[in-house]
Design a protein around this ligand. Structure first.
Ligand SMILES: NC(=O)c1ccc[n+]([C@@H]2O[C@H](COP(=O)([O-])OP(=O)(O)OC[C@H]3O[C@@H](n4cnc5c(N)ncnc54)[C@H](OP(=O)(O)O)[C@@H]3O)[C@@H](O)[C@H]2O)c1
Length: 248
């Protein structure tokens, strides 16, 4: 498995680890994010990586970055649409802006990329798309009222697109990690169960990308528990989750 891969959100965390590892494996990596200095640091580790700045929530910027990626490294074989933000919220102090911002980056950021990527992949009848979701999209969680729905939307988007894209030769996957130690989760003031490093997360993602599976989820023991919780009726799920997380 190699070719040209675009990774959004490659300046830190899971995207950064993925960019380094895939470049080492011989992929031509186009690394997209807003912070140029972080992307050049990435390039210092792996000289072949092409750094491109863009805000995924701004259609013009992401289109221009993807065009530059194609000019520099050829047609895009795989796109890992990973850019995302996470702001925990307490809805007793509701601010709609936080909700809109997270949807703009996490969900519409993916849509803006697809606007450019899909026509070319469909015309070729090949390509590989991996959308970054989260286990936080499975069900509602405390503090996750702004973030969780963005990931639930991505899960639904991926499943819905699958029906059109699979018969056209485009491989579509959704990535649902548990807790990963990154800049995003550094704001959490609670003990994160089954926490893994971004390098370990990237290894799980790379393994999953090579497999014939729709959902890449990890770590397995944590995911198993959450998938069981997903089956519970709402009243049982809500009281159990409140108890387990200390929300009475
Ligand atoms: N960490 C976890 O526990 C966890 C669990 C499940 C899913 N995820 C998901 O994994 C993805 C990566 O997160 P992470 O944990 O690795 O956090 P991170 O270290 O904060 O990385 C987020 C990346 O997204 C980029 N980004 C943010 N806003 C952007 C924008 N508007 N335009 C372009 N790039 C943007 C950031 O770069 P710039 O700031 O330079 O733009 C950065 O490279 C996210 O989608 C997150 O929701 C994380």
């Amino acid at each position: 498995m190699s070719g040209h891969v675009v990774i959004t959100g490659a300046s830190s965390g899971i995207g950064y680890s993925l960019a380094r590892r895939l470049a080492k494996r011989g992929w031509r990596v186009s690394a997209i994010a807003r912070r140029y200095e972080k992307l050049t640091e990435l390039q210092q580790h792996e000289g072949s990586i092409v750094p491109l700045t863009a805000d995924v929530s701004v259609p013009k910027q992401i289109k221009s970055a993807l065009l530059k990626a194609e000019n520099a490294s050829g047609c895009i074989d795989m796109a890992i649409l990973n850019a995302g933000i996470y702001t925990p919220v307490d809805v007793k102090r509701f601010s709609g802006k936080t909700f809109v911002k997270q949807m703009q980056v996490n969900y519409f950021g993916i849509i803006h990329c697809l606007d450019h990527l899909l026509p070319a992949m469909l015309a070729r009848g090949s390509g590989h798309l991996a959308l970054m979701g989260s286990v936080a999209g499975y069900r509602g969680l405390p503090k996750s009222a702004a973030y969780g729905p963005t990931k639930a939307a991505i899960q639904n988007l991926a499943e819905s697109m699958y029906f059109d894209l699979n018969p056209k030769g485009i491989k579509l996957q959704v990535i649902n990690p548990g807790f990963v130690e990154t800049e995003a989760t550094s704001v959490n003031d609670f003990v994160m169960p089954d926490l893994i490093s971004s390098d370990v997360a990237a290894d799980h993602v790379i393994q999953g990308l090579q497999e014939d599976i729709f959902e890449i989820s990890f770590p397995k023991s944590f995911v198993r528990k959450l998938k069981f919780m997903r089956l519970l009726p709402s009243h049982v799920y809500l009281s159990l989750t409140a108890k387990l997380t200390g929300y009475k």
